[in-house]
Design a protein around this ligand. Structure first.
Ligand code: FCB
Length: 439
């Protein structure tokens, strides 16, 4: 790596991130069924119809995995808690094995000197709640606050930081408008409701945790920079709309108690009754703002119904996901978020990383592409800090190769290679390079 810790402020935290369904092995330990299990079991939704039953078997191998987190020199580990592992029916009686697992996991982090950074929901909604309408049902805010109290009642005393929901855009738009993630809906009314309810659930969980006396609570938003595909005003407007429903909708709700006008042109007629009355809960004060950043999109108009636009192919080098590598976007989001939404509130890059077609050869994995990606994005972070953005940490996605949702086990995002037959972990060259930089 072309940097060391000394290039960053003294209190800057380095971490790595994972999520429950992607690594734990959902078939283990008495977890209840989720909408990801039935989505994956339906042909055409997931590559090879793969699911998270086994994941990386982290449920049994978490100590070995945390040894690798500690050995790399990370300060923090961002993990998520599975709602259905804790409450198999989504509500009601907790699964003692699930609570015990997160308790052991927390203590195993602390024993190794790693700060536990929890995300309460990273997409595996219990099926029993999906049956009741899931994110379309306003009651989900209360169900989620109850889950928050159960899980944080057990481990909240030892968390360094907590965010309620990973990437509200994915929960709302990606899963209810584009249909790419569970529950796989393509319906604008469902989308408007899910986008609003996910923020209501966020605020309700923040309030529940304040009630437990917790602090260092934040939100984790994924952001994609949007540029127009050409110089026309029409293309500019499509990029602004993409920016509106992808980025500004969620930041606007949480930090300004408002939704962007260009987004409400389409979603407005489909919003739940009295949505304007929910902003006091949605905007419950938080202590930091997390940004997950991977790429940008070029947008151009088309003749479809609203939002009447589509992506254009971009010219930049791409990752295994087909995503353009655009570190500048991270710099722009960090500075813009501070200037327009969060002011002096600490910012964290809560996810950033790349998928690469890594191969194990002679016991080694050379992934210079990933090293370069990390270097370029940390340079963007440094530039934002130099210009006054209060960025306090960076989390690499991901610790392990894992279940990449609709793309199954094929896309390798890990610093550590996983052989999905034997479950053997092999740190990649980028892991060794990062370890040296952090030492
Ligand atoms: C993010 C998700 C994470 C992973 C990465 C590649 O959107 O939070 O689970 O899928 O993308």
């Amino acid at each position: 790596m072309n940097f060391t810790r000394k290039d960053f402020p003294q209190d800057f935290l380095f971490g790595t991130a994972t999520s429950a369904y992607q690594i734990e092995g959902h078939a283990f330990g008495g977890a209840g069924p989720t909408h990801w299990d039935s989505f994956a079991a339906t042909p055409g939704n997931v590559v090879r119809a793969e699911n998270g039953d086994r994941g990386c078997d982290h449920f049994h191998r978490y100590e070995e995995d945390l040894d690798l987190v500690a050995a790399a020199g990370f300060d923090c580990y961002r993990f998520s808690t599975s709602w259905a592992r804790v409450l198999p029916e989504g509500r009601g009686t907790p699964n003692p094995e699930g609570l015990d697992f997160y308790d052991r996991l927390t203590d195993a982090m602390l024993e190794r000197g790693i700060k536990p950074c929890a995300t309460l929901y990273h997409w595996e909604l219990p099926s029993a709640l999906a049956d009741l309408g899931g994110w379309r049902n306003r009651d989900i805010a209360g169900w989620f606050a109850d889950f928050t109290e159960v899980i944080m009642g057990r481990i909240g005393d030892r968390m360094h930081s907590v965010a309620p929901i990973n990437e509200p855009w994915c929960v709302g738009w990606l899963s209810h408008f584009l249909g790419h993630h569970a529950p796989g809906l393509r319906d604008i009314r469902a989308t408007a409701r899910a986008m609003h309810h996910v923020l209501l659930a966020h605020g309700s969980a923040i309030q529940a945790m304040r009630g437990l006396g917790m602090d260092n609570l934040g939100g984790v938003f994924n952001m994609e920079w949007a540029d127009p595909a050409d110089a026309s005003p029409e293309a500019r407007a499509t990029a602004d709309l993409y920016d509106g429903y992808y980025n500004r909708f969620f930041l606007g709700g949480v930090f300004k108690k408002e939704y962007p006008a260009n987004v409400m042109e389409g979603l407005g007629p489909h919003m739940p009754a009295n949505w304007q009355d929910d902003f006091d809960v949605i905007a419950s004060p938080v202590d930091w703002c997390g940004i997950n950043y991977y790429t940008r999109k070029l947008m151009k108009p088309n003749s479809d119904p609203w939002p009447s636009h589509e992506e254009a192919e971009g010219p930049l080098p791409k990752t295994q996901m087909g995503w353009e590598i655009y570190p500048e976007g991270l710099y722009k989001f960090l500075t813009r978020t501070a200037q327009e939404y969060t002011g002096v509130l600490p910012l964290y890059v809560t996810e950033n990383g790349m998928a690469n077609a890594d191969v194990l050869s002679d016991g080694k994995i050379e992934d210079p592409e990933r090293t370069a990606y990390i270097e370029a994005h940390l340079a963007a972070v440094k530039r934002a800090i130099a210009e006054g953005a209060p960025v306090k940490g960076y989390f690499l996605w991901s610790l392990l190769d894992n279940y990449e949702w609709a793309l199954g086990y094929e896309k390798r995002f890990g610093l550590i290679h996983v052989d999905f037959d034997t479950m053997v972990r092999t740190p990649k060259a980028s892991y060794h390079a990062l370890k040296e930089a952090l030492s």
